[in-house]
Design a protein around this ligand. Structure first.
Ligand code: SAH
Length: 213
């Protein structure tokens, strides 16, 4: 079997065993995750592990999230294909690529220029051109493109970033891992009468860093 065929078999198994078996049902999530080759987003030396049921190390001490956690976060946003979405923490670009398949326009911010560049190269190679990347501080969001129907934060802050809540549309949803040692996935919905939040279980993400400007 060629390497490419091998990876598509592993990808199909990942969809069945790690996602569908755990109640990921959103057709947009399942379709996007079955189209994006996760193996190109992980360092070459661990490419063979790309479809393992866990987070993996990427450059600069950061991580690419476990496939199930990516699916859970994106499913909780209840996206529509007409949505404009903001991601904080581009990292490898994997989640940004999936969002690119699910939504109309995606904006993603990364603190580290080196990770931003590698992610940009991968998105270009995949011909995904509805995802815009920027190097910057995620706490500030992307005001020029606000408001967003959905925001996904892929690094854990120890307080809810106020600017991000401000850049959410009424009716919009924000998902983030919250806390330091014991993190929880928190889904926040902005309604006419204020914010509603729901906890979706324990997770472990790298910290969302304060930039030193
Ligand atoms: N979504 C990524 C995983 C991101 S890991 C993927 O699919 O691969 C979290 C990323 O958040 C890291 O790359 C880290 O550098 C970045 N990060 C941490 N603090 C940040 C901040 N304040 N603003 C923007 N990015 C930040």
């Amino acid at each position: 079997m060629s390497e490419t065929e091998n990876f598509s078999t592993l990808r199909a198994q990942m969809i069945e065993q790690q996602l569908i078996a755990r109640e990921i049902t959103d057709p947009l999530v399942l379709k996007a995750m079955s189209e994006i080759p996760r193996e190109i987003f992980v360092p070459k030396a661990i490419r063979k592990d790309a479809y393992e049921d866990c987070a993996l190390p990427i450059e600069l001490g950061q991580t690419i999230s476990q496939p199930y956690v990516v699916a859970l976060m994106l499913q909780s946003l209840a996206l529509r294909s007409s949505d404009k979405v903001l991601e904080i923490g581009t990292g490898s670009g994997y989640e940004a690529a999936i969002l690119g398949k699910m939504a109309r326009n995606v904006y993603s911010i990364e603190l580290e220029p080196e990770l931003n560049q590698a992610a940009a190269d991968r998105l270009k190679a995949l011909k995904i051109n509805n995802v815009s990347l920027r190097v910057g501080d995620g706490y500030k969001g992307w005001p020029e493109q606000a408001p967003f129907e959905a925001i996904v934060v892929s690094a854990a802050p120890s307080e809810i970033p106020r600017e991000l809540v401000a850049q959410l549309k009424v009716g919009g949803r924000l998902i983030l891992p919250f806390g330091e040692e014991d993190q929880e996935l928190v889904l926040i919905e902005k309604t006419e009468s204020g914010l509603e939040s729901e906890e979706l279980g324990g997770v472990r993400f790298v910290p969302m860093r304060k930039s030193v400007e």
